[in-house]
Design a protein around this ligand. Structure first.
Ligand code: PLP
Length: 392
């Protein structure tokens, strides 16, 4: 379809949509039309109605399919719309084996919605392949993977889980939001479907909510297309354009943010008042070797635990650079509090038992200079240490 000989960085810019064939415009035109004039009763054109197919959305769908190495891409109105539509590939009576520290919205979909339609699930620690196999039932139809996981950055072996899924005749879906195809290509490792919250690194500027899916084989793609059209949670054209613009700078943003994330993780590891740092780029991370093997890097998200939850308010108050917000994968660094934000849908006890403690913070590193970010964390922790000593 495209010039696949180009490197990833070049492909982000030089693809079929490099310029508009009608005008030469070096940007994909935004086609707002909801409906398209047809030449005759017997002859319908390629486009008829924008829920079914729209040229602007189609451009994004082809671009992401190419970057992920799949046969067809689909753009949805949010990451959850992509994930939920993909779950509709299942039927009443099916069973899902799903990673236990899955994104909070996916957790809610599985536990509060799919269960009402007779779709069962078992949560497992996907880093433990024996536990994954043990969770398989006669009706297991799907293995749902998110790696690295959120917020503890646990790494699942995509190739191993995919081959297990094949053995049991089930699908493997991978939420690739944290890595993007710049760092990880799940379809090449055997997965059937890749899912994205394009709200995060792909669009990258905290200004769009979008979701993407890419299927590996045409049969699954055809079924997903039918569901996209039936459910109708398609991405609007302005947002499709914003995601395409974001994708053009994906490599440089990921590279810069990842470099800084590594430096910050190493700084925090030795910093006072920090109990633990979770980042698959640290050599003592339990799946450091696996991450290095299946992905081209550890990404730009890390999490860390303060020595106790009482320090949390002071830390958030004293840190100035990152915005304190939900979401991740943006040009600005984002600090978030999983217990009250991404994982608020999870019952407290369950959340704590997964290791998502009340003192855990997640940092999505942006494009500020790493020195400035480190200096910011340093001054906050120093102030807190002084205050703590003052009390004692
Ligand atoms: C944000 C996120 C989602 C949900 O995407 P939305 O665009 O917010 O609907 C799903 N998975 C992961 C890993 C995410 O970070």
């Amino acid at each position: 379809m495209f010039m696949n000989a180009y490197s990833f960085d070049t492909k982000l810019l030089h693809n079929k949509y490099k310029f508009d064939p009608a005008t030469g415009g070096v940007s994909v035109p935004i086609q707002h039309a909801s409906t398209f004039h047809q030449q005759s009763v017997s002859e319908f054109g390629k486009y008829d109605y924008s829920r079914s197919l729209n040229p602007t959305r189609e451009a994004l769908e082809e671009i992401i399919a190419d970057l992920e190495g799949g046969c067809r891409g689909f753009a949805f109105s949010s990451g959850m719309a992509a994930i939920s539509t993909a779950f509709l590939l299942l039927s009443h009576g099916d069973h899902i084996v799903i990673t236990e520290d899955v994104y909070g919205g996916t957790f809610r979909m599985v536990t509060q919605v799919l269960n009402r339609f007779g779709i069962e699930h078992t949560f497992v620690d996907m880093t433990d392949l024996k536990a994954v196999e043990k969770a398989v039932q006669h009706n297991t139809a799907l293995f749902y993977v998110e790696t690295p996981s959120n917020p503890l950055l646990k790494v699942t072996d995509i190739e191993a889980v995919s081959s297990l899924a094949k053995k049991y005749g089930a699908y493997t879906f991978v939420d690739n939001t944290f890595m993007t195809p710049y760092l990880q290509k799940p379809l090449e490792l055997g997965a059937d479907l890749v899912l994205h919250s394009a709200t995060k690194f792909l669009s990258g500027h905290s200004d769009t909510v979008a979701g993407l899916a890419v299927a590996r084989d045409p049969e699954l793609a055809e079924r997903l297309y039918s569901l996209q059209n039936s459910f109708g949670a398609v991405l609007g054209v302005q947002d499709a354009w914003l995601v395409m613009r974001g994708i053009k700078t994906l490599s440089v943003r990921m590279k810069q943010a990842q470099d800084s994330a590594g430096r910050i993780a190493r700084f925090l590891k030795d910093a006072p008042l920090i109990k633990e740092v979770f980042y698959p780029g640290l050599e003592d991370h339990p799946q450091f070797a696996l991450q290095s093997k299946q992905a081209a890097g550890p990404g730009a998200v890390l999490s860390f635990e303060l020595q106790n939850a009482e320090l949390l308010d002071a830390f958030i108050e004293k840190v100035h650079l990152p915005v304190f917000a939900v979401s991740l994968g943006a040009v600005e660094s984002i600090l978030s509090y999983p217990a009250k934000m991404s994982h608020a849908a999870m019952p407290d006890q369950e959340r704590r038992s997964l290791g998502i403690s009340d003192g855990l913070l997640r940092l999505s590193v942006g494009l500020e200079h790493a020195d400035d970010l480190i200096a910011d964390f340093k001054q906050a922790l120093e102030q807190m240490t002084t205050q703590k000593e003052g009390i004692l």
